[in-house]
Ligand binder design. Structure first.
Ligand SMILES: [Zn+2]
Length: 80
């Protein structure tokens, strides 16, 4: 069996816990960067009836609102 002094044991615990925290931080960084939202205002529809903003599954100019099932027509907006 490996003999460890008290200071070696706590150094090992400190090393393992910092390694675990670094692993979790890197994993969180990787997962958040791969799941970022990429939404442009060109794809965003707003229902005139219920004012729901949504993005259709396919790039279309006319679609139905997922909440009230009303037709939504894409209008070209002027740039400000
Ligand atoms: Zn609607």
């Amino acid at each position: 069996m490996i003999e460890l002094s008290v200071s070696d044991f706590f150094s090992l615990v400190l090393l393992l816990s910092t390694s675990w925290i670094a692993y979790l931080a890197l994993r969180l960084q990787y997962r958040s960067s791969s799941r970022e939202w990429h939404l442009s205002s060109r794809q965003l529809f707003e229902c005139d009836n219920c004012h729901l903003s949504f993005v259709p599954d396919e790039p279309v100019t006319i679609c139905r609102c997922p909440r009230c099932n009303a037709y939504c027509i894409k209008r070209s907006r002027r740039r400000r």
